[in-house]
Design a protein around this ligand. Structure first.
Ligand code: FES
Length: 136
């Protein structure tokens, strides 16, 4: 299933996408094997939800993905306690159970064949903040 041309291809195509350098969280707040739902508020005066994303940690490696299922464009889960994941392995949308690989967000089964989660490039700065890295 390839996304239609109107579908976002990159994290920065999403409404209210933050600028590179934006802090997405603290490295120390993400336990090893944890996947956290996070959201940045919309800009002042803007309507709608903010920028929803996921932070994942495997050992010293931290990844971020847009919290947006490639099937219907909705969040994988609306609340942390509803997020389904197998630590270090996969995340599953709780609407129709599309499954995505932890390591790169690619589809690993279900209603997402050929598409995946949109990765957000991140780095951990000297103060331990997980920040959006420069670049695509
Ligand atoms: S909306 Fe996620 S699998 Fe359908």
């Amino acid at each position: 299933m390839n996304p239609p041309p109107s579908e976002p291809q990159h994290w920065h195509d999403l409404p209210h996408a933050p600028a590179p350098g934006t802090a997405l969280g603290a490295w120390a707040a993400v336990e090893d094997g944890q996947a956290l739902l996070q959201e940045l508020p919309p800009p002042a005066g803007a309507a709608g939800p903010g920028f929803r994303y996921l932070l994942l940690r495997s050992g010293n490696d931290v990844k971020a993905y847009v919290n947006r299922c490639a099937h219907f464009g909705v969040p994988l889960a609306a609340r942390q306690e509803l997020l389904m994941f197998v630590p270090h392995t996969s995340l599953t949308c709780n609407v129709h159970y599309a499954r995505y690989r932890w390591s790169d967000g690619a589809c690993a089964g279900g209603e997402c064949d050929g598409v995946g989660l949109l990765p957000i490039p991140v780095l951990v700065d000297a103060e331990g903040h997980i920040c959006i890295a420069p670049g695509p």
